[in-house]
Design a protein around this ligand. Structure first.
Ligand SMILES: [Zn+2]
Length: 538
């Protein structure tokens, strides 16, 4: 039995079904009804707020043979062809993978031909901020004098990266994050259509977890339904599937923190981790919980401001009496800082522990911040190449735990300099292409690799490529076979060489003889001949 994801199955096919973007829908339908259609639209907004969905509906509406109240009829030949993705009139381009000048030049040649059927050729360029400078320049020429039958819809999550020259030629529409109420109402509709029973509290939790994105909320709902197929979806089940934590635990944690009980607070965290809870989710939820406390404390009628059951409200009122506004504000500040750091971190647990210690020990806060600042300065110096020699710390090798703050370990002793043999040619080739290799990785791994230094241990025989992370957060990749394999595959594709890889964290490994790999001039020149440099227009 095949299963279609809710978000695909219930993707709106007319303007009336688009939720939470009334300001945009109204303007667009009015334009269509009055036949005053623009030639360049810019849709901005966070992920999952309906940009591509609205772009496709608009593409149908401008080509539809008999629109209904500004919406496409979804029955005529044009509507059906566009819906099925077979129409030549709608061209979707993902700028993330087609970001070069040539991709845009192709479009410029194409737009000179009128559509053979229907009224408009519609180009939907998704993630348009990914275009190269050259590509933007090429696009600008088309936007300056667009043929009457062409419409560009540019979609982006990062409007600030679009050149002003492009912005000034587009009608800009900002897609809002969708409210919890609107998402919950839509989820209710879909659950009914699917015949799935669910508690109201469960639905609201999923809607909140979507964080303004309808698509995210629907995927989360999908996960929950799939896990408990055929059963009523309860609040507890949703918490379990999403790795979330019940408010009772938050109240427990807050009481520990307020009494300055570091060990108690760390134990609560330990229980959460053992229970398989997701830490980023926990940080977000705990921040939200403290925000509710603050509202209870400062608002005259908190019932209207926050969205919790009357039982929970009673508990919140009780806790809000135990603390003051300034303390809560400090807690919220520390935890919201944490939530932006934790998304890209591999040592999530350490970061949460440090934050909990900060909450429990206000006096330590400035101290900790100064330590983090010292790490930042060191990192910067490594990046600038000021610290070049291999640093060895004989006492290191242990995991950083809540007690040991990074940066507080014994000062590293400089290594005795000994002459280093040149690295084997294979390693030199890899290092010569290192930027290109790292460029093919993604996410946090890429961030860590960008700062890592490839090294060599001077041994003959089958060479080992040592990747030395310059940040203790790299620890998460040290014994990770998937990361290792991913990197090996990229290296093999890029250089045709199979190499053994060992990942280590600076100051935390026992290899005392690692040296940076220098690349011989001959190899460097050879590699450069293979690199294709993108040509800029004029
Ligand atoms: Zn139609």
């Amino acid at each position: 039995m095949s299963y279609t994801a809710l978000y695909r199955k219930f993707r709106p096919d007319n303007f009336a079904d688009v939720k939470g973007q009334d300001h945009i829908v109204t303007t667009l339908t009015n334009q269509i009804k009055a036949n005053r259609i623009g030639h360049a639209y810019l849709f901005c907004g966070t992920r999952g707020t309906g940009k591509t969905t609205v772009a496709k509906i608009l593409a149908k509406a401008v080509n539809c043979e008999h629109t209904v109240d500004g919406s496409p009829c979804n029955e005529c030949e044009m509507c059906r062809a566009i819906q099925a993705g077979t129409s030549m009139n709608v061209i979707e381009i993902d700028a993330a993978s087609n970001n070069g000048v040539d991709n845009i030049r192709e479009i410029r040649e194409e737009v000179s031909y009128r559509p053979t059927e229907g009224n408009y050729k519609v180009y939907i360029i998704d993630e348009v901020h990914m275009l190269s400078t050259g590509a933007f320049n090429a696009l600008l020429k088309t936007l300056e004098e667009p043929p009457s039958y062409v419409i560009f819809i540019l979609a982006t999550t990062e409007a600030h990266k679009i050149p002003i020259t492009i912005l000034s030629r587009c009608q800009r529409y900002d897609f809002h994050r969708i409210s919890i109420d609107t998402i919950a109402a839509r989820l209710d509709e879909l659950l009914k259509a699917e015949g799935v029973e669910a508690e109201e509290k469960a639905v609201r939790y999923v809607a909140k977890a979507g964080d303004g994105s309808m698509r995210d909320a629907l995927s989360l709902l999908d996960q929950c339904i799939a896990f408990y197929l055929g059963q009523t979806l309860t609040y507890d089940k949703v918490l379990e599937v999403l790795g979330a934590v019940d408010t009772e635990v938050f109240s427990q944690l807050l009481r520990k923190v307020l009494s300055g009980d570091v060990t108690g607070a760390i134990h609560v965290l330990e229980d959460l981790i053992v229970g398989g809870r997701e830490l980023s989710q926990f940080v977000g939820d705990f921040t939200w919980y403290m925000r509710n406390l603050l509202l209870v404390k400062t608002s005259d009628n908190p019932e209207e401001a926050i969205d919790v059951s009357s039982d929970n409200l009673k508990l919140l009122k009780e806790e809000s009496e135990m603390t003051d506004v300034e303390t809560l504000m400090r807690y919220i500040r520390i935890f919201s800082d944490l939530s932006s750091q934790i998304r890209f971190a591999t040592q999530k647990r350490v970061l949460v522990e440090i934050a909990l210690i900060k909450l429990c020990r206000p006096a330590m806060e400035t101290n900790l911040d100064s330590v983090l600042d010292r790490i930042r300065v060191l990192e910067q110096r490594i990046e600038e190449g000021v610290v070049q020699q291999v640093i060895v710390n004989p006492g290191a090798g242990q995991q950083v735990s809540a007690g040991a703050i990074p940066g507080e370990t014994a000062p590293p002793e400089p290594e005795e300099r000994k002459p280093q043999k040149a690295a084997p040619e294979d390693l030199q080739k890899i290092v010569a292409s290192w930027k290109v290799i790292v460029g093919q990785t993604t996410g946090v791994f890429k961030q860590m690799l960008l700062k890592a230094i490839p090294k060599y241990n001077g041994e003959t025989g089958a060479p080992i490529l040592f990747i030395e992370f310059q940040d203790f957060l790299g620890q998460g990749y040290v014994d990770n076979p998937e990361a290792k394999q991913e990197l090996q595959e990229i290296i093999e594709r890029q250089t045709g060489k199979t190499v053994d890889i060992q990942m280590v964290v600076v100051n935390q490994h026992q290899h005392t003889n690692l040296a940076q790999i220098t690349v011989d001039q001959a190899i460097r020149e050879n590699i450069h001949m293979d690199v294709v440099v993108e040509e800029e227009p004029e």
